[in-house]
Each structure stands twice: as structure tokens, then as C-alpha cells.
Design a protein around this ligand. Structure first.
Ligand code: ADP
Ligand code: MG
Length: 240
């Protein structure tokens, strides 16, 4: 049996909430509104995954599937410097691909799995996992097919996590929740319905606080106590 590796988020408070960091062998989902820090956490994990194990890293390479075009290599540089790593070496170990349709996204995963069989990867990012599905299946009456294709994609991600002992970090959008109750103003819930709820082992809800401050709440995780962590979004990545 492969043993789980926990990769630091850059924030001690957030790591403690997660029981040590983002875990390999399963899917961790972060959802939250625009600017809540989902992508900056992805950038930070791109670097921290490459740290040695004794520094709470994963000692491995990173695969990044970007569906929104928001990955910025120049954002990696100050994060690498903050961790005392060579930025060019860090960038060389991030395999990046931009996906334009849900089918493209799926095919990229197949290609990455082949690469992971040959090289030591420790993290796979899909930012965002659902955006293309919402575009490609936007018509009325397409929801059932969308959910079926989404389930297929997520099952592929689970398989990659387990086969290669990789942490899978996916981001998700929030949608209006008309059933949110009359006492909750502006109710929101994660997109993807039951299919995503079932696939993601650890579900994190991010929200904005004051200034650069962000709050992460455990939305669903079988082995973690309920709770929140406050962290900062900075150019050096996520930190306390
Ligand atoms: P999301 O992916 O949830 O929409 P982001 O991670 O892109 O959110 O952004 C979170 C916050 O980080 C935003 O407030 C943004 O202004 C800030 N941010 C983005 N890039 C940088 C950076 N290089 N330095 C500092 N803050 C940044
Ligand atoms: Mg983003």
C-alpha cells in the first residue's frame, strides 16, 4: 500500500486544519468566489510540492491543467524565492497545459497519466475542474449528460491519485443556491452537484476576509474535525 504524503500549503494554520497539508491519494477541492485565493493556493502548491519531504514538500513534479488561462509563471518566481528555491528549476518541473474544451481536458489527463508512469509526480492541479463543462453543456436538457461526463473525468482523477500517489487539487465555482433558506442572504453552493460532492474527498470553502486575508472552512472531509483557518494571500504565495 502506498503511504500518504502531505504537502504544505504555505500556511501553518491551514496545514493544521488539513492535518498536515494537501494529501496524496485523494482529491482536494477548493471552491469559493472570484479572488477567494483558489488559484494562488494552486501556485503555492506548484512550488511547495517540489520541496523535500523533511520540509513538508512532496519531492516531486507538478502537472497543471488550466481551463481559465489564469496560470502565471511569473507568479511562481517570488513563491520559489520565498521557499529558497531556484525559480527556473521550479518552473521546469511544472508541466503546464491549457485546456479549451471538456474533451481536451480529458485527453490531457490521459497524456499526463502516461507521463506520470515515467517521472515522479506528486501533484496534479485542475483549475477549474468544472468551467469548461459549464460552457460545453450550457443548454437546457444537457445537465444529465454533463454530469455523466463530469463523473468520468473525476473518476479518472481519482485513479491518477491512487495509481501514482499524487495529490489532486481541483478548484470549483460557486453557484446560487435558491434552496439556501430564507435566513441566509445571498446563499451560494459549490457547482457540480452530487457527482462532485461524491468524488472530492476533502472539500474546502474559501472566502475573502479583510484585505489580503482569506478564510478556509472544512466543508466536507471524513477524517477532519470541522473548523476554519485564516491565511494571507501574498505575492510570496499563501502564508500565515
Ligand atoms: P481565485 O482563483 O479564487 O479567483 P486568486 O487566487 O486568483 O483567486 O486571487 C486571490 C487574491 O490574490 C486576489 O485578491 C488577487 O488580487 C491576489 N493576487 C493575485 N496575484 C497576486 C500576486 N502576484 N501578489 C499578491 N496578490 C495576488
Ligand atoms: Mg482562479
Amino acid at each position: 500500500r502506498k503511504s500518504v504524503v502531505r504537502i504544505t500549503t504555505g500556511s501553518q494554520a491551514l496545514d493544521e486544519l488539513l492535518g498536515g497539508g494537501i494529501e496524496t491519494l485523494c482529491i482536494t477541492e477548493a471552491f469559493g468566489e472570484f479572488r477567494s485565493g483558489k488559484t494562488q493556493l494552486a501556485h503555492t502548491l506548484c512550488v511547495s510540492t517540489q520541496l523535500p519531504i523533511h520540509m513538508h514538500g512532496g519531492n516531486g513534479k507538478v502537472a497543471y491543467i488550466d481551463t481559465e488561462g489564469t496560470f502565471r509563471p511569473e507568479r511562481i518566481v517570488p513563491i520559489a524565492e520565498r521557499f529558497g528555491m531556484d525559480a527556473n528549476a521550479v518552473l521546469d518541473n511544472i508541466i503546464y497545459a491549457r485546456a479549451y474544451t471538456y474533451e481536451h481536458q480529458y485527453n490531457l489527463l490521459l497524456g499526463l497519466a502516461a507521463k506520470m508512469a515515467e517521472e515522479p509526480f506528486r501533484l496534479l492541479i485542475v483549475d477549474s475542474v468544472i468551467a469548461l463543462f459549464r460552457v460545453d453543456f450550457s443548454g437546457r436538457g444537457e445537465l444529465a449528460e454533463r454530469q455523466q461526463k463530469l463523473a468520468q473525468m473525476l473518476s479518472r482523477l481519482t485513479k491518477i491519485a491512487e495509481e501514482f500517489n499524487v495529490a489532486v487539487y481541483i478548484t470549483n465555482q460557486v453557484i446560487a443556491d435558491p434552496g439556501g433558506g430564507m435566513f441566509i442572504s445571498d446563499p451560494k453552493k459549490p457547482a457540480g452537484g452530487h457527482v462532485l460532492a461524491h468524488a472530492a474527498t476533502i472539500r474546502l470553502m474559501l472566502r475573502k476576509g479583510k484585505g489580503e486575508q482569506r478564510v478556509c472552512k472544512i466543508f466536507d472531509a471524513p477524517n477532519l474535525p470541522e473548523g476554519e483557518a485564516v491565511f494571507q494571500v501574498t505575492s510570496g504565495g499563501i502564508m500565515d
